[in-house]
Design a protein around this ligand. Structure first.
Ligand code: FPP
Length: 262
């Protein structure tokens, strides 16, 4: 996506225009991963039940997915449900699953019209059959899209992913002496995908919460106090701008303009 194309999507005179003009389109993060946090607090601030925060968070998902695709991000990974989230009340878990189902139904056309390919990372096989069906349908329907890859992390745990990868490696026939980092990564749920360049966490918490533990080894971390239901295009653009001001070293020495030169 070019700057002009993105600007054509933003109403003329909108404050986001100036943010777009500041972005270096030749140095975009290739993969952006997001920990969507703060739904419960957003609801509590409004004296609403927690699930209303999740419901409101769907608008942020919609806005972020479309913004990322139009910006030219190649991979977007959203953390929608962790393996630890099963500890929440059954009613909250049920609502989250229903919201996901509804989101997929209502957004499929938008995903297709934006050429977005949908994928799930996590132990999908443990989800309810109707949810799995909906997910498989969305994966199937968007499988020939060639634009942004949109991963949803569902029933996901970073350590579990590493264990699953180790199991696959052990049964794959690969000899221990042939197993290196690159080979091991090919057994992860994200096989073939670039590692996240930018990890965004909303609601101000300084934790990685068992998210993409292998893949975020060299990610730039951006934490915003904005609660997820308030997160919009502007916030994503601000995160990308902050990323573009960082200097990435990968454990090496300081050198200018290394962003994106992975
Ligand atoms: C964290 O907020 C958020 C979640 C556990 C779920 C995120 C899910 C959605 C935004 C809706 C469904 C997603 C998709 C992709 C359609 P929290 O409840 O932990 O908030 P708190 O820390 O303020 O309590």
């Amino acid at each position: 996506m070019s700057r002009d194309e993105l600007l054509a999507w933003i109403p003329s005179g909108h404050p986001d225009e100036s943010l777009v003009r500041e972005i270096h389109f030749d140095r975009l993060p290739v993969h952006v991963a997001v920990i969507m946090d703060g739904n419960g607090r957003w609801a509590a601030q409004r004296h609403l039940p927690r699930v209303e925060g999740h419901r409101a968070g769907i608008d942020s998902v919609r806005d972020s997915v479309e913004t990322a695709a139009r910006l030219g991000i190649q991979v977007l990974t959203l953390y929608a449900f962790s393996m630890e989230n099963w500890k929440r009340p059954a009613s909250e878990v049920g609502t989250l699953m229903q919201l996901l189902k509804r989101y997929l139904r209502s957004e499929l056309d938008t995903l297709l019209s934006n050429d977005i390919r949908f994928r799930v990372i996590g132990r999908m096989e443990d989800l309810a059959p109707d949810i799995q069906e909906e997910l498989h349908a969305a994966i199937q329907r968007t499988s020939s899209s060639r634009g942004m890859l949109f991963n949803i992390a569902l029933n996901y745990g970073g350590r579990a992913e590493i264990v699953d990868a180790a199991r696959r490696a052990m049964t794959s026939g690969v000899r221990p002496e042939d197993l290196d980092e690159q080979r091991f990564a090919s057994f992860l749920y994200t096989a073939g995908q670039p590692d996240p360049d930018l990890l965004i966490r909303t609601s101000g918490e300084m934790r990685v919460s068992n998210y993409l533990l292998w893949q975020i080894a060299y990610s730039e971390i951006y934490v915003t106090d904005t609660l997820w239901p308030d997160f919009r295009r502007r916030h994503l653009l601000e995160a990308v701008l902050a990323y573009q001001k960082r200097e990435r070293r990968y454990g090496g020495i300081s050198s200018p303009a290394v962003i994106g030169a992975k």
